[in-house]
Write a protein that binds this ligand. Sequence first.
Ligand code: FE2
Length: 413
Amino acid sequence: MRIINARLRQKTELYTIEIEKGLFSAINAQDKSLAASEGDIDARGQLLCAPFVEPHIHLDAALTAGEPEWNRSGTLFEGIERWSQRKPMLNREDIRRRVKETLALLIDNGVQHIRTHIDTTDPSLIAMRTLCELRDELKDVLDIQVVAFPQEGIHSYPNGEALMAQAMEIGADVVGGIPHFEYTRELGEKSVKTLIQLALKYDRLVDVHCDEIDDPNSRFLEFLAHEAMQAGIGDRVTASHTTAMHSYDNAYCSKLFRLLKHSGIHFVSCPTESIHLQGRFDSYPKRRGLTRVKELTAAGMNVGLAQDSIFDPWYSLGNGKLLRSLDFGLHICQMMGYDDFVRALDFITDNSAKLMQLKNYGIVEGHPANAILLSGEDDYSVLRNQGEVLLNLRHGKILMQRQPSTVTQRVSL
Ligand code: FE2
């Protein structure tokens, strides 16, 4: 199989990409546009890009908004209440149906790699079992990392620590946490120690919902970074949200950045979710409540952008489009300069692949032939036009293909 007339990121020429036995076998620049032979995919000068990576989504809660009640205040804390009402209604069929529907949305929008946070504060652990089952069942189609996520706390929920350990035994890939939601600061710190120990014991990655609050005194990030550094696993740790950093004093933040840099931990920000949930206790002016994506990036740290929710108790919109999260993120974080645009797709591709420690990611000879074709020639045009995903290719096989939408009639100007 060949893909001809493709553009690649940060390159100006057209390329021919050959695929054999599910791998990229040759990638060569073309002198000029080629005519397609039978079996070729003609990219028509559009951008062939590594698949999008969704590093933070709650698949167990997806598509449950309004069940049994709507989150009327729009706050994160009411979201947790609404979800605890929905949890007793979970069963295997319900979870499988909603997760598959959500995965189809993600595939249609160019995603092949997903990290999903699955609630462990449920004595049945039905969502954890079902997600691990689906991860294994669908491994030829998508890579899924399952995070054991203690939504109601490790030490503030009955038996929370034992449930986390059970989730590891069931097969969770990543240890999660929520230190700012534990009853006290002491329990928050204890939860960070517990989750790092679990990661060491089971040899797993770490991804913590950390300081997802507007409280400038919520400082579990420094504790997490230090514990990760001490344990020698900084590169295996991600701090998600860290929205309190938006409200930190600049002098404190400057000191904190030194530690963050030394620790080597990664970050995930969820722009649509945070702009919706944060600043809810402000009158005017209202804080944007996103972590400092621009400053973290400028300091050489790794940040991925994610959706977090699709139609769930916390966020009742969402459509599987990471380009939308990227668009919001760049606006809210005021990353709207030319240099930001020309590498914008890094935030939903390479950066997230790095924090998820994906192997053989990217359009490189010898790697699995995983790629998406986007309408647009480069990062800038794809972003500006919110380009469509025209093709989603995995191991050389087509997961999804769509016709580009076209205007069929227009008034003469
Ligand atoms: Fe989350």
